[in-house]
Design a protein around this ligand. Structure first.
Ligand code: ACO
Length: 256
């Protein structure tokens, strides 16, 4: 999309021709014009009745727009923002989620299928520190669905009334993350309960008990006629058990 001014005049552009706008930033007439024209072109390309991206709908929001430009040409834009969504799974269970969403995505017709969309998308993933399956997609067009399938192998989803697409991997990874979190918290707990001082305490206690047990066995052998061996053993074992469980339960409480 050709403008009669350098795009870098109204927004900062990096060496790759990328700019990142946010809804809270200062705006000017030229910046407004870029957002307005690109928003209208995107709506037209998607056959939408309503324009999704316009200066008035963008400023004062927490949304972001990634722009790719070259001199006076704006090649594409990608708008993102967080939404509160209700997602129903196949069993009818509804989950409330707040994913980052792709709200509007457009590459100028003259440069489509040349990798500009991928470049914009990758820049957004890098800056937002997110992977494609963790995003929601607002009413994706067949071209966007093709794009996601081709570049990121995303295709499985359950259609929703709100028209947002959330790929099944969003939830699979969530489960995986939960498992990872659980595993890492268990390993943290293990590390915590295995701090050298505790291990040392337990070790010295065990060795004390071993020494006592050996001494008492020797003593028992000597006194085998006067005392039943199991009486001393049982008492000692009970003492050992009580001391060990005492130490362990102290550690468990500390963990909590
Ligand atoms: N028909 C079918 N698939 C297409 C088309 C097309 N005309 N254009 C791009 N794609 C998909 C294909 O998978 C294509 O791979 P292929 O050429 O090997 O078949 C892949 O995208 C190409 O990747 P890029 O070159 O990186 O993508 P591009 O620069 O074309 O940007 C985009 C993709 C943004 C979808 C662009 O095609 C576009 O602006 N389309 C019109 C507007 C639109 O539909 N936007 C998405 C709206 S939904 C939303 O914003 C949430």
């Amino acid at each position: 999309m050709q403008f009669n001014f350098l795009i870098s005049k109204c927004m900062s552009v990096n060496e790759n021709g990328m700019s990142i706008l946010n809804g809270g930033q200062q705006h000017n007439q030229q910046l407004d014009e870029v957002i307005k024209i690109m928003g209208e072109a995107s709506a037209k390309a998607q056959n939408l009745k309503q324009v999704i991206t316009s200066p008035s709908r963008f400023y004062q929001t927490d949304q972001g727009i990634y722009i790719k430009s070259e001199g006076k040409q704006c090649l594409g834009m990608l708008k993102i923002g967080r939404k509160n969504l209700f997602h129903r799974d196949l069993s009818g269970l509804v989950k409330e989620i707040q994913p980052l969403c792709v709200l509007d995505f457009y590459v100028h017709e003259s440069v489509q299928r040349k990798g500009i969309g991928k470049e914009l998308f990758e820049e957004m993933l890098r800056c937002e520190i997110i992977s494609p399956e963790k995003l929601a997609y607002d009413r994706p067009s067949p071209k966007l669905l093709g794009f996601l399938k081709k570049h990121y192998h995303l295709s499985n989803y359950i259609p929703q009334n709100n028209n947002f697409v959330i790929f099944s991997q969003y939830f699979e990874n969530r489960k995986q993350n939960l498992n990872n979190q659980l595993a890492s918290s268990q390993s943290t707990q293990f590390q915590y309960s295995s701090t050298p001082s505790k291990v040392e305490q337990l070790g010295s206690l065990m060795s004390q008990m071993t020494i006592q047990s050996t001494q008492s066995k020797n003593q028992q052998q000597k006194d085998s006629k006067s005392q039943t061996p199991w009486a001393t053993d049982q008492k000692q074992q009970q003492n050992m058990y009580q001391t060990t469980t005492g130490l362990m339960s102290a550690q468990i409480c500390k963990k909590r």
